[in-house]
Design a protein around this ligand. Sequence first.
Ligand SMILES: Cc1cc2nc3c(=O)[nH]c(=O)nc-3n(C[C@H](O)[C@H](O)[C@H](O)COP(=O)(O)O)c2cc1C
Length: 207
Amino acid sequence: MSTGYRRDVTAARIYWLIKDLLMNQPLKIAVIAGSARTGSINRAFALALSRLARDAMDFDILPVEGLPLYNGDLEADMPPLLAELKSRIRAADGILFVSPEHNRSVTALMKNTLDWLSRPNGDNVWAGKRAGICGASPGARGADLSQMHLRQIAVCLGLEVMPQPEVYVQVKDGTFTQAGDFGQERDIAFQRRFLERIAAWIRQPEA
Ligand SMILES: Cc1cc2nc3c(=O)[nH]c(=O)nc-3n(C[C@H](O)[C@H](O)[C@H](O)COP(=O)(O)O)c2cc1C
């Protein structure tokens, strides 16, 4: 066996070892919650997902409610939180949007967050980030139109949003346990598949 051949084999082994290691690392997920309300069912939903994802994903729920209401004048002196949020998003492997619906659209908090983090011009943090979308409502349609509007905005921002599955959760008594897990077996199975699909979406090689 020539030295060159051995070197190639060793390099290939190291490559596969590193790839395997990276594939088994927990994914860092920046979570954007569209509600900051105490007792928010969407925050409860995010918590239940993070508990289900356990070792496979680390959820970082970003304090986006700390941003002021967007006003172009504020760009002269950017809110310090903006830089922190951007660095946490850049450090994340992917993004998960978990949001209620307000009057058949995204919440004001969600839109404010999307707008701020696309500024200043030329420093849009969303461009090229992979993302999943889900949401909850006490209503039967589980925030579906809010998610459709979010998908529309995502196109303009350059977010790469997973097309399927669409996840509309109607929250009723028993949807979540006291401990913060999903309370129904069928929800656990569905949400586990959702998380697996997000992981695969985020990990897929760039085109
Ligand atoms: C201003 C406003 C508008 C709302 N519009 C909708 C709506 O269009 N569709 C819907 O399913 N629920 C709507 N709701 C009800 C919310 O889904 C419900 O309050 C939900 O619990 C909010 O999410 P959160 O618990 O995560 O804060 C609305 C609530 C508010 C305050």
